[in-house]
Design a protein around this ligand. Sequence first.
Ligand code: URP
Ligand code: ZN
Ligand code: ZN
Length: 486
Amino acid sequence: MTLRDTGCPARRDGREEYDVVVRGGDVVLPDRVARCDIAIRYGVIADVVEVAAKTGAGGHLADAAGRVIDATGCVVLPGLIDPHTHMGIPIKDATSADDFTTGSLAAAFGGVTTILDFTVQESGQSLREALDVRLGLAGGRCHVDYGVHNNVTDHSVFARGQIIGPSADPIGDLIDEGFDSFKVFTTYREAGMMSSWDQLRAVLGPIAAHGGVLMVHAEDDGILAAAGAMHRDDDHRAAIFHARSRPARAEAEAIRRVASLAGECDAALYIVHLSSELGLHAGLEARRRGVRVHLETCPHYLVLDESAYRREDGHLYITTPPLRRPDSCAALWQAVRDGDIDTIGTDHCPFTRAQKAGGDGAYWNTPNGLPGVEDRLALLYTYGVAEGRIDLVRLADLLARNPARIFGIDDRKGAIRVGHDGDLVVWDPRVERVAGPGHGSADWSPYQGMRLVGQVTHTLLRGRVLVEGERFVGGPPGGKLVRARR
Ligand code: URP
Ligand code: ZN
Ligand code: ZN
């Protein structure tokens, strides 16, 4: 059966009809898994032909291919989208260890073909200028395609007008250009990144009016300040007090408040790195009231818990929000299973052991963040699919299709469909292995030593093979900027 009936491919001028054909894999289509051949021409999926599972009958695409990748016995997923990475950002006295080049290389090894990163808005800098700086850092340096969310951390520029390119409607202008997501923080006051509720309300209006998305790091700063005051002295330096100083009720309270504001404006909300059962309930409650709220969690909130902070090297695991108790992991897994969680981003923000040690044992001085972009698929396959919690279609929804839809790139990305970019990941579920430190710049991984089922055998970006087995074969960085469709 041909999913788009193009007939038998003819050769053009003696050249192959297709640049590459991925043959005979169990292909994760938007609604089911089917044994298919997938042909890519000029970087775009040109044909998807279902082949008989036993005989292979029906598969003729490979005859007209410049290159054939045999995916027999493997699962073929759409190239994955990580909607939440932080390449080379300043946190405390450190800079996250991966830049766009090293981080995107690690991403490719994890089957990720698009990352969505964030601007860093310096004080006094317009959103436009912050975006230009970030695009300058990513351009020509990223091995996978990339998009950028706009961080909004200095609201004074709205009052004073934009520093670069004065505009009456800076948010609307960016949305019109395909940069339609904006992120605010309800905490990080000390770092000068926090938005007040009034500032947040002010940006929600134009975001809603232009059909953008407000992304929120949701932890109520007042609750954190009170909890932090009790856990920030020489007796409370250890990593476990990072968790105690950032209780889950702070997440729930911030979600309730921001959802109520978003509901008033009918704005789309995206809660990043949802970490707790309480936060989950707040998000679901808002959704029941009709607020358009998307929920993202991260692999570390599913497969790790706060007991990591009691390890000798517990400070390595400091990330914000903190790892939670095991019952939160179970509740988040249930939500993943039920379809209540929309996406799994990684919040990839690695620091080396030396950088983490720079905090001198005090949790509040330790740069916060964890790597994850490379391990996300393996973790979700191992602890999700192989353990029977989710099926392959849901896996692809969480890691590709939903982020593409929410961030407006689903006309090109996120699904295996004719006309979409030839972004594919071939996954061999027969491999069993133990997680290592990975290919990024951090010299450790929070998942190191964990049992993993499955391995990427090939990652293709717009038809170009980036990863083949253990090797990176993608050549110089060729990732392109992706904008939301207008
Ligand atoms: O601790 C974390 N998650 N670091 C990255 C910045 C953020 O808050 O997402
Ligand atoms: Zn955050
Ligand atoms: Zn983040």
